[in-house]
Design a protein around this ligand. Structure first.
Ligand code: BG6
Length: 494
């Protein structure tokens, strides 16, 4: 029987064209093209919609189609011929030369033709799935080619989606941002962090807003500490070139802080853009950057055994594949509550979760007794999608004994429904087509993230002896020092 729904709100994507630069690259094949196909298959695209794929590689139509077929298969789709045909019918390929003004002239003319064919009034979403070094030059060329002008008297729009890495340091990120802003306004720039598009991540704020019983306890009066775990079973997966430059901290910090933000930020007045962003900004501003001694005491970095033997990894690489750290949120709500994070590649089974560990009762009958268990609110983001609360109750029987019990909310009780829901990338594409930046990262948020990360990265480079790289066995939940981080404060990971 269909569930009765309470308050509902829906984002409606506007008619538009999507232009995918870097269409023959890895990101496009793994994430973006499957997401576009998924949207078509789920009938979530606007009625008037086309895709223009562009990349440096010359591609005949048949080669394009077989590449797309392979990409869908690799992403787990076995499209029905008519669905795949309908997808192909909305797309075409244009070979790119990103540095040439001629290319943008040809592109502009073709977009005008496609707009006319599909009945679209110059509404264009440019997805830059290129290496980050190409972002600024491409955006400049788009501007020079008149492709970013959104005259006030026109209902048309042009938006740009970019993906991390947004620079590799505070300086390079700021310079990238300043460069982009010379050509495009902030409301045209959509910075993706795909974690914000995950159903279960959005559910955190939904749960908090709709259930006083939860949000009313998320503060220093009740909470002992918060744990965030982002473990991946996989290692490099052929991405050594990228990972050797980035390392885990740069690669994952944005995702981690997004999880922390939705857990700890004050609830916004509304779910949408300005209110949401304002509260998220306040959360980011309350992250205190580390001092050098704090890095040594509060941050652990690790590398899995065998990393150095991975193809493409430098023989003496000191790149981290794991990190654990402790931080505090400097505001009244979270005064003195430690947040512990652990994230790593080859760190055991894939697990992304947020665990809120409550204080044990310290008054009344439990004044001098340890009840034995804290309450824990566990939000499993993936692969399991559920929320559990551990409660302590009387163990049935003649004695008064306490035992741990659980309550659990299965986020998707009906697995048959799952294929109908948008995935993270699909959701973010819908939001960008709807012109809603709520789930995208603002320029300021990016800066605050880098300000948080910068002292940590500096300490690792400038004082490696104080911050040694710890080796952990592949498949283990990081090095022993990650356990120690909590143990020295009388705690342990959930
Ligand atoms: C990406 C990182 O942003 O997120 C990858 O670059 C990581 O290294 C991935 O594996 C994890 O995303 P998900 O959605 O698979 O948990």
């Amino acid at each position: 029987m269909a569930e009765t729904l309470g308050f509902c709100e829906e984002m409606r994507p506007e008619s538009c064209g999507l232009i995918l630069f870097g269409a023959t690259g890895d990101l496009a094949a793994r994430k973006i093209l499957p997401a576009l196909f998924g949207l078509c298959e789920k009938n979530l695209i606007p009625k008037n919609f086309y895709m223009l794929l562009s990349g440096r590689t010359p591609l005949e139509r048949s080669a394009l189609e077989s590449r797309l077929w392979t990409a869908m298969n690799n992403a787990g789709f076995t499209p029905a011929p008519e669905t795949f045909g309908a997808f192909l019918g909305r797309l075409e390929y244009l070979q790119a030369d990103y540095d040439s003004a001629d290319f943008y002239r040809v592109l502009s003319a073709r977009l005008d033709e496609l707009d006319a064919k599909y009945g679209i009034n110059k509404k264009r979403l440019f997805y830059l799935a290129t290496p980050p070094a190409a972002f600024e030059p491409i955006v400049n060329m788009l501007k020079a080619g008149g492709l970013l002008a959104d005259p006030l008297d026109c209902a048309c729009w042009s938006r740009i989606i970019i993906e991390k890495p947004y620079g590799s340091s505070l300086e390079t990120a700021s310079s990238l941002d300043a460069g982009l802003k010379k050509a495009a306004a902030e409301n045209q720039i959509y910075r993706i962090d795909h974690f914000t598009g995950k159903e279960t991540v959005q559910n955190v704020l939904a749960l908090r807003s709709a259930n006083h019983v939860l949000d009313g306890t998320l503060n220093c009066r009740f909470v002992d500490h918060v744990e965030i775990t982002v473990f991946e079973e996989l290692g490099l997966e052929g991405r050594a070139g990228f990972f050797e430059k980035m390392g885990l901290a740069r690669d994952m910090m944005s995702h981690i802080l997004q999880l922390a933000a939705i857990t700890a930020m004050d609830l916004p007045e509304t779910f949408r853009d300005t209110d949401f962003k304002a509260q998220k900004k306040r959360f980011f501003e309350s992250l205190r950057p580390y001092t050098r001694p704090e890095v040594a005491a509060s941050v652990v970095r690790g590398q899995y055994a065998g990393y150095l033997a991975e193809p493409g990894v430098a023989p003496a690489s000191a790149v981290e594949t794991f990190m654990a750290f402790r931080f505090e949120v400097d505001n009244d709500r979270w005064l003195g509550v430690p947040f512990y994070v652990r994230a790593g590649k080859k760190a055991g089974k894939k697990q992304t979760s947020i665990d809120v560990v409550y204080k044990k009762p310290e008054r009344g009958i439990f004044r001098h007794i340890d009840i034995g268990y804290p309450n824990v609110l566990s939000i499993c983001i993936q692969p399991e999608e559920k929320v559990t609360v551990s409660l302590v109750s009387k163990h049935p029987g003649p004695k008064l004994c306490f035992a741990e019990r659980g309550m659990s909310l299965d986020y998707r009780p009906d697995a048959r429904e799952a294929p109908r829901y948008p995935t993270d990338y699909e959701r973010l594409l819908i939001e960008a087509m709807s012109g809603d930046q709520t789930l995208f990262l603002s320029s300021l948020e990016m800066r605050l993230m880098w300000e948080f990360l910068a002292p940590l990265l500096e300490a690792w480079t400038e004082a490696p002896d104080e911050n040694p790289l710890r080796v952990y066995a592949a498949g283990a939940p990081g090095p022993a020092q990650a356990e120690e981080l909590l143990k020295k404060e009388g705690r342990s990971w959930v």
